[in-house]
Design a protein around this ligand. Structure first.
Ligand code: KIV
Ligand code: ZN
Length: 577
């Protein structure tokens, strides 16, 4: 049992920011996006990507619209160094894309980093060093002043090295690793020193990146830290304030969003939240969250399944079914009440109106998904979803009471077999339940004839495999068929009748729905499908009689036979149509 963790875990003291402004702000434009899929994401894989996979993912990132892509950590591995060289030598970097590479703040590594970038049209050198007390004491063994000096020396060296390669358009990014655990006054001191050392100006801005290298607090704490930095750093107009949230507490997206409200202008992250431990912030979610607020994200996820496929093929990771916007199930409702609400929302939705469908915060079509997956049926589903599936896949619109009746059949089926039932299996179940019934009665044909008392019908059926001819007269073909069926000895009345056409053009069929009531009060639907509307209606009657079975009383038929009466007789009982 986990009890009182207060002696073990203490929150880093939150910044005192009583007059914080970010809670009153909204995000009204997309940030500058920086994909670190090929660096932070790649560093976190079981098996880092080889050059071919990195190139494939690089192309995918470019096609999505990323203009800044961190492609490697060239001083850390020959594969990464060679990858940067290949991009440059083979001219694989689109004109509007800037590559970025990471280096620690150490001279040989910085030299190797700038060497890797030789000949690039434009490049961002990304220097990182950790600034928190824990890192200073435990990892670096340095005082604040030494860490500061290391940062400034690194920037000066890069300035000098890059000045020797003027054909490249250089930019500098400085990251304070473990920023969220760094004392704010020291964080500002480092930021100001490095921007001064770089000589940042409004025309040559430095990127100051403030990562939550490990997420340890609620997102509002991060937002306060960002707003405080936004207000306190010098040369603010010469700085692009960047954030790089990790997702240790599962709140990286929220942290990034609040940070943008607090003054950040740039976000670094990975597709689908790949990255160390629980990952970097998920840029797909962030971008599409913006989109659903009416803000153009500047990234194109209009074919999300393609992006998922490329991501999975390149990284070997998989996108879970409940991943926001991208998972297989995120636009699916199984629950009956949700399906009902969605179906109603779709029914009243006008093309080009503001999206407002219950339980569906986002139009699946915007990421290239169809509506097929929105409603899926299992034992939790209800009549609305079932009706929707039959309608959308087979064009069959069920009367409301039939929806209720058939949903019980589906429920029994899914309870018995478990799992999901797809549209095709649902249709089969519908056909087995209503259309394919051949026992005890089977329709074989009919002829209508005129009769002095109304419409006459001669109905050819099979009764348990034996052919019979029944005759009836009524006020219309259906009434006449009901009267004919009464010859079997049962009593049935028609409570409601509806017909619809299914399909279109030459393939159109009539679908008739007949709600029957037996003398004992039992009711059921019968359904008939045929190119001819009268035939469909008679088939529906016979389907209903078969479903009523014993309740209908047609078992009496045998007794009538035994009494020597012929079934080939004309009945005269009443039917309501
Ligand atoms: O998480 C982190 O702090 C990093 C830095 C290199 C920006 O990945
Ligand atoms: Zn990181």
């Amino acid at each position: 049992m986990l009890t009182d963790p207060s002696h073990k875990y203490r929150p880093f003291p939150p910044i005192a920011l009583a007059d914080r402004q970010w809670p009153n702000r909204t995000i009204s434009q997309a940030p500058i996006w920086m994909s670190t899929d090929l660096r932070d994401g790649n560093q976190a894989l079981f098996e880092p990507m080889n050059a071919e996979r990195k190139l494939r993912l690089f192309r995918t990132l470019c096609s999505i619209g990323f203009k800044e892509i961190e492609v490697a950590f060239p001083s850390a591995s020959q594969t990464d160094f060679d990858f940067v060289r290949r991009l440059i030598n083979e001219g694989l970097i689109p004109a509007d894309v800037t590559i970025e590479v990471l280096s620690h703040a150490r001279e040989p590594l910085l030299r190797r980093t700038v060497e890797a970038l030789q000949g690039a049209r434009s490049a961002i050198v990304h220097i990182v060093n950790a600034t928190s007390q824990a890192f200073r004491d435990q990892v670096l063994g340095m005082r604040r002043s030494e860490v500061l000096a290391m940062a400034v020396d690194a920037v000066r060296l890069v300035k000098q090295l890059t000045a020797d390669q003027p054909q490249t358009q250089w930019r500098l990014q400085y990251s304070l690793e473990a920023f969220t655990a760094t004392e704010p006054d020291f964080a500002v001191e480092v930021c100001d020193a490095v921007s001064a050392a770089w000589g940042a100006t409004p025309d040559n801005k430095i990127i100051l990146n403030l990562p939550s290298s490990v997420e340890t607090a609620t997102p509002n704490v991060y937002a306060d830290q960002i707003e405080w930095m936004h207000r306190h750093i010098a040369r603010r107009d010469s700085v692009i304030l960047s954030v790089h949230p990790h997702n240790d507490r599962g709140t990286a997206v929220a942290a990034a969003e609040l940070a943008l409200m607090a003054g950040a202008e740039r976000v670094e992250g990975c597709l689908f939240g790949n990255g160390e431990r629980t990952g970097n912030v998920d840029l797909v979610t962030l971008a599409l969250n913006l989109y659903t607020q009416g803000v153009a994200p500047g990234l194109d996820f209009s074919d999300i399944d393609k992006v998922v496929g490329e991501f999975e093929a390149c990284t070997g990771m998989s996108v879970p079914p409940r991943q926001p916007y991208a998972g297989e199930l995120v636009f699916t409702a199984f629950s009956g009440s949700h399906q009902d609400a969605i179906k109603k929302g779709f029914a009243v939705r006008q093309p080009d109106s503001v999206w407002n469908v219950p339980y569906l915060p986002f139009d699946p079509a915007d990421v290239g998904r169809g509506y097929d997956a929105v409603i899926r049926i299992n034992s939790q589903s209800g009549k609305g979803g079932i009706a929707h599936l039959l309608e959308s896949h087979y064009g069959v619109v069920l009367p409301r009471r039939l929806q209720i009746e058939f949903s019980r059949v589906v429920q029994q089926h899914t309870d018995r077999h478990g799992g999901e039932i797809g549209a095709e299996a649902l249709w089969q179940l519908f056909a087995q339940t209503y259309l394919d019934l051949a026992k005890p009665l089977r329709y074989r044909g009919h002829q209508l004839f005129e009769h002095a008392q109304g419409q006459g019908i001669q109905l050819n059926i099979e009764w348990d495999g034996e052919p019979r001819t029944l005759t009836g007269v009524g006020n219309g073909p259906i009434d006449a068929a009901v009267q004919a069926l009464h010859c079997l000895g049962g009593a049935v009345s028609v409570r409601s009748y509806e017909e619809r056409s299914v399909g279109s053009g030459g393939d159109a069929q009539a679908c008739a729905f007949v709600e029957l009531a037996a003398a004992n009060g039992t009711t059921t639907y019968g359904v008939g499908l045929d190119a001819n509307i009268v035939t469909a209606s008679i088939k529906a009657l016979i389907s209903g009689c078969n479903r009523l079975g014993g309740d209908l009383g047609i078992m009496q038929f045998r007794k009538i036979e035994h009494a020597g009466l012929s079934a080939d007789s004309t009945a005269a009982s009443e039917a309501t149509v």
